[in-house]
Design a protein around this ligand. Structure first.
Ligand SMILES: Nc1nc2c(ncn2[C@@H]2O[C@H](COP(=O)(O)OP(=O)(O)OP(=O)(O)O)[C@@H](O)[C@H]2O)c(=O)[nH]1
Ligand SMILES: [Mg+2]
Length: 349
């Protein structure tokens, strides 16, 4: 597993050699066949393809995704968020190993559009999850570096799909809880877990209020190293529980699961993961999970629609001229913004 990067580099080198010899890249069907057969190099190559910022790579990526959707195993997706250093990767390592012990295959993806971390710390993730990263039933993929075409969240959802085609039935997505990405990650996960640490100053530790509201589960981490830390964690948990009971609208389904403990202690994480899995199983049976996914799909479509609509307007051949004309007019006339927008759009028909 530690070799995924090397595999990818090798694959790129092979691509260059093929190109030099006038041979084409493998087609989508061939690539997918290898992915389904468990070829990690093919999986890594496919992920690079969907993460690629090159428009030329998109057609192959899209046919591949189309094919992959027919082979994807049904997976449960976990989103794990929390401030930098809260212990997300450590928690994921413990949770991932527990899930593997129960017979699952685990893919770990990272979303970090904030560029708050460097390539160095991404390698750090692999070191921190070293046991998991080397396990034959796990696949650990650092966040995409650089620009992706459709956005980081879309690339992550697509990567998850490829992992599902490769047979991974538990997808754990780590995201730093300070940016924009949590909304999008929550939208693609079946359970959204917030990791906090005791004694984090103002109580909400720079975590956006919304994140606390959305959490399906809250775990106060690093409750180890003596009775004092335990007491601190308990106190912190009570504060969050109180805050959440005030904030939360009575959402569908069970109230958030609260807990505290140490990510360094496998058995603590394991028993908590079992509880989460139990809840997910109940949600599946009651139809709650299906409804959540349906709602998520609707939300994703809405946000894609908004983005695509803006893109199309901006790419309209007359847009630039109409936009400039409007901007030139605005200082001289009393024009209301909505009126201006209507005139702009009318001009594009
Ligand atoms: N004492 C203690 N240390 C922990 C615990 N969980 C994580 N750590 C340590 O905290 C540090 C940060 O852990 P990570 O798992 O990398 O935290 P993270 O949230 O993934 O960090 P970023 O990915 O950089 O945001 C490491 O040195 C861990 O060993 C815990 O439960 N108790
Ligand atoms: Mg981490």
């Amino acid at each position: 597993m530690a070799n995924d990067h090397e595999n990818e580099a090798r694959q790129r080198a092979l691509d260059r050699i093929r190109k030099a010899r006038g041979q084409s890249r493998p087609d989508a069907e061939e690539l997918l066949k290898r992915i389904v057969a468990g070829d990690r190099t093919a999986l890594a190559q496919a992920i690079s393809l969907v993460e690629s910022g090159l428009a030329a790579d998109r057609p192959l990526a899209e046919s591949l995704l189309q094919l992959a959707s027919h082979h994807a195993v049904d997976a449960l997706r976990y989103g794990i968020t929390g401030v930098p250093g809260a212990g997300k990767s450590t928690w994921i390592e413990a949770a991932g190993l527990s899930l593997i012990e129960k017979g699952h295959r685990v893919a770990v993806l990272a979303v970090d559009p904030s560029s708050s971390r460097t390539g160095g710390s991404l390698m750090g993730d692999k070191t921190r999850m070293s046991t998991l990263a080397q396990h034959p039933f796990a696949f650990v993929r650092p966040s995409p570096s650089g620009e992706t075409l459709g956005g980081v969240a879309e690339a992550t959802a697509e990567t998850a799909l490829l992992c599902q085609a490769a047979g991974f039935d538990r997808i754990l997505i780590e995201t730093v809880g300070v940016g924009q990405s949590e909304t999008e990650v929550r939208r693609m996960t079946d359970v959204f877990l917030l990791l906090l640490i005791p004694g984090g100053g103002d109580g909400v530790q720079g975590i956006k209020r919304g994140i606390l509201e959305w959490a399906d589960a809250v775990w106060v981490n690093k409750a180890d190293g003596g009775a004092e830390r335990q007491a601190e964690a308990q106190a912190a948990l009570a504060v969050y529980q109180g805050a959440l009971s005030l904030l939360a609208s009575p959402a569908e389904g069970a109230p958030p699961l609260f807990g505290y403990g140490s990510a360094l202690d496998r058995s603590q994480v394991e028993s908590w993961v079992s509880r989460l899995e139990g809840r997910l199983e109940d949600a599946r049976e009651s139809g709650l999970l299906a409804r959540r996914r349906q709602r998520q799909m609707g939300d994703s479509l809405e946000s894609l629609l908004a983005r695509e609509a803006v893109r199309r307007v901006r790419h309209h051949p007359d847009f630039k001229q109409a936009w400039e004309q409007l901007q030139a007019e605005v200082p001289h006339t009393q024009i209301l913004p909505y009126d201006a927008l209507r005139r702009l759009l009318d001009g594009l028909d």
